[in-house]
Design a protein around this ligand. Structure first.
Ligand code: NDP
Ligand code: 2IT
Length: 451
């Protein structure tokens, strides 16, 4: 990698000192600062007003206790988080993650990435992220509801449709959003539709929001492939994960003629040479909430399951890889295996799924590489479209909403591409995304004064 400009090194050192023991946050800041050397060389005024230091420091961090009663009458305690990272461009906006690995450093890295991602969409949204170390696996509907209600009993006072607007992420889908929004509505005695996105259509959701992140990543990679005069048609594709982002990535890639031959969850992966059966995958993962091995069992001879201890989904040969599970799921070793097997494009559906070493392997090998803050921005962009519909008490068709999403993804692609060229690194979408996102936030912050 390029390394960090010496003028910016003290900033990273201070971030590490102030946020000790938060490796994911350090990693995310490191990657952005690596790109900013070229910005301050061209525009030294960005070093003034402590703009970069301020962008690395969250505006507000809320940490709270979440007590709830399980189905056996036992009191359980979890920890809740909301990091309100940056509101220069609009109300804080970003998802809630429920996963046992959640801690303040992970939420901070996600909020930091979200700030630049949201800027890249061109929509009026700031950056934030939240969640809990609650593990939803194996919990009943009643337990999920009581947990969501307890979480919102604290969080509601920090939210608002002009203040902070959460949505889903890992472990948080339509069911959880319904319970959180319901409790918010009760506590505030206000039907404030625009305070949450990812809502069901029945109470103010947007068409195409469920599909938006996976579809958006597919559009972004399509635009990258087009710069090389090629498309998905006939290509082998591997998608990791089997949750919201993975499922709708698979759906859209298949509609463009790509053949998705593998997907995964934390227990392992399935390989299906005749192409993933999307209806069966949705039934197993979305409806029944079962493990991915169940897909292979029900699919029969066509598919087989490989447990996580026996190998990685990235061992499966493909031309396009779309990591859509979680951070640091694709290592340098995985990247070398993919390059050896002929991968030509990688689109990050998840946030920071590729380790820094993996990104370097791809870029050195000339693989088209789309960083998550650009490639997976379709989800939050469509959340902003949901906010627009809520504000105007309107509801758009699927076609209209998807057309807006497609245009936004095309614009993000073209902005990243053009910015990389402008800063002397043609084809480097990481640099393009970091610089374009940073400049939008920094310009607004400069105009707003030292606040
Ligand atoms: P879901 O909860 O719907 O699905 C997550 C998937 O990733 C599951 O298959 C899960 O497997 C797998 N996974 C999670 N943690 C791990 C882990 N530690 N190791 C291996 N596999 C894991 O979440 P989403 O699809 O919504 O989110 C996936 C990624 O996309 C996340 O990085 C999220 O931040 C990002 N993202 C999501 C957006 C959205 O709109 N939902 C928008 C932009 C980015 P298992 O069931 O076994 O845990
Ligand atoms: O990481 C993300 O962009 C999301 N989880 C979606 C955020 C949102 O507010 O829709």
């Amino acid at each position: 990698m390029m390394g960090i400009d010496e003028k910016l090194q003290p900033i990273l050192a201070e971030v590490k000192r102030r946020n000790a023991g938060e490796p994911e946050f350090h990693q995310a800041v490191h990657e952005v600062l690596e790109s900013l050397g070229r910005v301050v060389a061209k525009h030294p005024h960005y070093l003034d007003l402590a703009l970069i230091e301020r962008i690395c420091e969250p505006e507000r961090q809320i940490i709270f206790r979440i007590p709830w009663v399980d189905d056996h009458g036992k009191v359980q305690i979890n920890r809740g988080f909301r990091v309100q990272f940056n509101s220069a461009l609009g109300p804080y906006k970003g998802g809630m993650r429920f996963h046992p690995s959640v801690n303040v450093g992970i939420i901070k890295f996600l909020g930091f990435e979200q700030t630049f991602k949201n800027a890249l969409t061109g929509m009026p949204i700031g950056g934030g992220k939240g969640g809990s170390d609650f593990d939803p696996k194996g919990r009943s509907d009643g337990e999920i509801m009581r947990f969501c209600q307890s979480l919102m009993t604290e969080l509601h006072r920090h939210l608002g449709d002009q203040t902070d607007v959460p949505a889903g992420d890992i472990g948080v889908g339509g069911r959880e959003i319904g319970y959180m929004f319901g409790q918010y509505k009760r506590l505030n005695n206000r039907f404030e539709a625009g305070v949450f996105t990812g809502k069901a259509l029945a109470y103010g959701g947007s068409r195409a929001r469920t599909e938006a992140t996976g579809y958006g990543n597919t559009y972004f990679v399509q635009a990258m492939l087009a710069t090389k005069g090629t498309s998905y048609d006939g290509k082998r594709v591997v998608v990791s994960g089997s949750g919201n982002v993975a499922i709708y990535t698979i759906e859209k890639v298949q509609s463009f003629g790509g053949k998705v031959v593998a997907c995964s969850d934390s227990s392992g992966y399935v390989i299906d040479e005749s192409g993933i059966d999307l209806a069966l995958l949705k039934e197993v993962k979305d409806v029944r909430r079962e493990r991915i091995s169940e897909y292979a069992r029900r699919r029969g001879a066509d598919a087989h399951f490989v447990p996580a201890e026996k190998g990685s989904v990235w061992d499966v040969a493909c031309q396009v890889a779309m990591p859509s599970a979680t951070q640091n799921e694709l290592s340098g070793k995985d990247a070398r295996a993919l390059v050896k097997n002929g991968v030509m494009a990688v689109g990050e559906g998840a946030n920071m799924p590729c380790t820094p070493e993996a990104v370097k392997v791809f870029q050195d090998a000339g693989v088209l590489f789309a960083p998550g803050k650009a490639a997976n921005a379709g989800g939050v962009a469509t959340s902003a479209l949901e906010m627009q519909q809520n504000a105007s008490r309107d509801s758009w068709t699927f076609e209209q909403t998807e057309a807006r999403l497609a245009t936004i993804m095309r614009n993000i692609h073209d902005t990243c591409h053009a910015t990389a060229e402008e800063y002397g690194a043609p084809g480097d979408y990481v640099l393009g995304a970091n610089i374009a996102g940073f400049v939008r936030v920094a310009e607004a912050m400069r105009m707003l004064g030292v606040i």
